[in-house]
Every structure is written in C-alpha cells, then in structure tokens.
Design a protein around this ligand. Structure first.
Ligand code: HEC
Length: 188
C-alpha cells in the first residue's frame, strides 16, 4: 500500500501536466483558442494589427452611431472622456489629456477601441470598423486627412503630437521598451 502511494507521488512529481503550478499541481496550459481570444495587444510598431484599413470619411458614421452618445459629436462634448483637442495644455495648470494631446502612439487607439469600446459592448466592433473610427478620431484631432487610409501598414507611421513627451522607463527589466519608445528623456 505504502509503496503504491510512493510510486503515485513520484509520477505526480516527475511528470507534472505542462502548465501546472509546480507547488499545487493545479491549472493547465491554455488552449490555442483561449490564447487567440486573449492575445489582442497591439504594440507601438503595430505588427500585430489585423489586415484591413479604412478612412475617417467612412468611420464618421460608425462613430456617430456607436460613440457620439458618450463622447460627443465632435469628440469634445462628453459626457464622458474628451477624445479631441487639449493641444498646448499639457504644461498648463489644467492639462486636458486627450487621445490627440496626450497619447504617444496611434496604435494604442486601435487597441483600446478594439478591446474596450463601446463601453457597454466591448469587443463588438469589426476590425474594419475599428480602423474607420480610429481614423475618424485622428482626423478630428487634425492628425490625419479625412480621405487618408488608415491601415495595418500605415497606422504605426502616424506621428502623434505628444510622441516625445514621455521618458523611457529606466527599470532594467523593461529593457527593449526604450527601443520602441524613446531612448533618452525629453529635453524641456
Ligand atoms: C456608454 C458610454 C460610452 C460609449 C457608447 C463609448 N464610450 Fe468610450 N469611454 C466611455 C467611458 C466611461 C470611458 C472611460 C473608461 C475608463 O476610464 O475606464 C471611455 C473611454 C474611451 C477612450 C479613452 C479616453 C482616454 O483618453 O483615456 C476612448 C479612446 C474611447 N472611449 C473611445 C470610444 C469609441 C471609439 C467609442 C465608439 C466605438 C466609444 N468610446 C463608445 C464611455 C463610452
């Protein structure tokens, strides 16, 4: 009886199911399908962006239908977060941090809308719709033209006004972020 138990424990010890916590033997490796659902982060260089593209002219209608009620027709009127304007305000006593004035990477806008908006139905937009709305918000901020195609190829090349307003994270374990971001602190 005793030796059976020892053998059983030895098997558990030497062949943990891959992905299990070694201490408690719980959990499992996520399935490829589960990873696909979670793996939606888009980095500054946009290499994870799905194929597709759209323009502000097309995104305008989707924005009006799905976003304007909370962010205002022009992205400035609220009632929730202001998405447009605030330029030159960041160094003032009352900074207005918007997508246009504050966000360093245009790809973050695609990622955020795709994962979190509309607020009451996150994940409900098609990637084409996200391209169109992203283009429209950039257009409202005067960053891209109305007819400019914003796509997997072009979005990362959009230069955000506050791109150089951040300092690189100096912690050693963030090594590499400074490459996609800035290597040196902004001069004031
Ligand atoms: C029901 C209201 C509602 C709707 C509809 C809505 N939003 Fe939002 N949105 C919010 C709220 C609330 C926040 C702030 C969320 C937070 O800080 O966690 C927000 C935040 C944002 C932000 C981040 C702003 C910032 O500077 O941090 C963006 C960008 C955004 N929304 C875009 C959109 C887009 C695009 C749509 C349409 C597809 C949309 N929202 C629809 C309520 C809404």
């Amino acid at each position: 009886m005793h030796s059976v138990l020892v053998v059983a424990l030895a098997i558990i010890y030497i062949s943990p199911v891959s992905g299990q916590s070694p201490t408690y033997g719980v959990g499992r490796e996520p399935s490829p399908q589960e990873i696909r659902v979670w793996d939606i982060a888009i980095g500054p260089d946009g290499k994870e962006l799905p194929e597709g593209g759209s323009t502000a002219a097309i995104g305008r209608n989707v924005y009006a239908a799905k976003c304007a009620a909370c962010h205002g027709k022009g992205g400035k009127e609220g009632p929730y977060d202001v998405l447009v304007g605030g330029f030159q305000s960041l160094t003032s006593a009352r900074p207005v941090k918007t997508v246009g004035s504050y966000w360093p990477y245009a790809t973050t806008l695609w990622d955020y809308i795709n994962r979190a908006m509309p607020f009451q139905a996150p994940g409900s937009l098609s990637s084409q719709e996200v391209y169109g709305i992203t283009a429209y918000i950039l257009y409202l901020n005067g960053i891209v033209q109305e007819s400019e195609t914003i796509s997997a190829q072009t979005l990362a090349r959009v230069r955000m006004p506050n791109r150089d307003g951040f300092v690189a994270d100096p912690r050693p374990d963030t090594n590499g972020l400074g490459k996609a971001g800035r290597a040196k602190p902004a001069k004031r």
